[in-house]
Ligand binder design. Structure first.
Ligand SMILES: C[S@@+](CC[C@H](N)C(=O)[O-])C[C@H]1O[C@@H](n2cnc3c(N)ncnc32)[C@H](O)[C@@H]1O
Length: 266
C-alpha cells in the first residue's frame, strides 16, 4: 500500500504529535546529546571487514581508520566536495548525502544509475559501511564515497549551502513514546540539514511507519526553512528514482505502507 494523501487512520493522534514536538522544542540542549542510533552487533562478512581494515579502501571511506569496532571520527570532514577533485565528475557536480544507508544496496543502485551526480553515505553500522565500500570499489564507482560516523556531528562540521540533496530513507522509527526524542526528524536536527543544503536544495525522506510519517509532516510543514513540494499536508508518490531499500522491503512484507516526503529549501 502506498499513501499519497493525508487521510488519517484511527491510530494517529495529531494533537499528541504536536504536544510531544512542542515539548522537545523546549529542551534543545538536553536533546542535542541524544543519539538517533543504537549500534547493532551483527555478522560482518569478510569483504566488509577487509574494506574497513585495508587502507586500499581509504579513497572510498573518507575517514578510514584501519580498525573495526570504532565509531568513526568525522571532525576532519569539513568539505565533502573536495573528495571528488580527482574524479571525472569533479567537485561541482550535484552532491547527495544519504544519512543511514543501512547495508547500502539502494545507495549503490542510485549512484550506479546516476553517474553524473556525486553521492556520499554516512552510517554507524560497520557491516554496512564495509559492504558498501567493497561494492563501490569492485564496481569502480568514482561518484560514491562512504563515511563511518554520526550524521549529526558531520552536519555540524559542514559549511552553509554545501549539499544539493540530503536523503533519509526508512530511519529508525523509535516507536516508543519515551524514544521519540531519538527520531532523526525533529525541528532541531532538521535546522542542521537546512543550513547545509543549498538554496532550493532537496530533503527527501521515506518511512514505512505511519506515526513517523505524520510526525515528519508536522515537523517539516511547520518549518519556514522548507517548502513541501507536494503541497502542505501532502505526501509525495514514491518517485521512480528511489530504489526500494532493505527496510522498505521488510516493512512491505509486514503489510506496512510507504510514505515519501520531498521538501525544497526555501
Ligand atoms: C532502519 S535503518 C534503515 C537503513 C536503510 N536506509 C534501509 O532503508 O534499508 C536506519 C539506519 O540509520 C542509521 N542511523 C541512525 N542514526 C544515524 C546517524 N545519526 N548517523 C548515521 N547513521 C544513522 C542506523 O545505524 C541504521 O542503519
Amino acid at each position: 500500500m502506498t499513501n499519497s494523501n493525508t487521510n488519517l487512520t484511527d491510530t494517529i493522534d495529531m494533537d499528541e504529535i504536536s504536544t510531544r514536538l512542542a515539548k522537545l522544542a523546549q529542551t534543545p540542549e538536553q536533546f542535542r546529546k541524544i543519539n538517533t542510533f543504537m549500534k547493532r552487533r551483527t555478522h560482518m562478512n569478510q569483504n566488509a571487514e577487509l574494506a574497513l581494515i585495508d587502507t586500499r579502501f581509504a579513497h572510498i571511506i573518507l575517514n578510514h581508520c584501519g580498525e573495526v569496532g570504532k565509531l568513526g571520527d568525522v571532525s576532519a570532514l569539513t568539505d565533502l566536495r573536495q573528495f571528488f577533485a580527482d574524479t571525472p565528475n569533479g567537485t561541482d557536480a550535484p552532491l547527495t548525502l544519504e544519512i543511514g544507508f543501512g547495508m547500502g544496496d539502494s545507495l549503490f543502485e542510485m549512484a550506479s544509475n546516476q553517474p553524473e551526480r556525486n553521492f556520499i553515505g554516512i552510517e554507524v553500522h560497520e557491516p554496512g559501511i564495509g559492504r558498501l565500500a567493497f561494492m563501490a570499489d569492485e564496481a569502480s564507482l568514482s561518484n560514491l564515497k562512504v563515511i563511518n560516523g554520526d550524521a549529526i556531528a558531520l552536519l555540524d562540521n559542514l559549511p552553509d549551502n554545501h549539499l544539493d540533496t540530503v536523503q533519509l530513507y526508512f530511519p529508525d522509527p523509535w516507536q516508543k513514546k519515551r524514544h521519540y526524542k531519538r527520531r532523526f526528524v525533529t525541528q532541531d536536527r532538521m535546522q542542521k540539514v537546512a543550513r547545509v543544503l543549498k538554496p532550493a536544495g532537496t530533503f527527501h525522506a521515506a518511512t514505512d511507519w505511519e506515526h513517523y510519517a505524520f510526525w515528519m509532516l508536522e515537523v517539516l510543514d511547520n518549518m519556514p526553512e522548507f517548502i513541501n513540494t507536494a503541497g502542505a499536508g501532502q505526501f509525495t508518490p514514491r518517485p521512480a528514482f528511489r530504489p526500494q531499500t532493505k527496510f522498505e522491503k521488510r516493512g512491505l512484507t509486514h503489510g506496512h505502507g510507504v510514505w515519501d516526503l520531498i521538501y525544497q529549501k526555501a
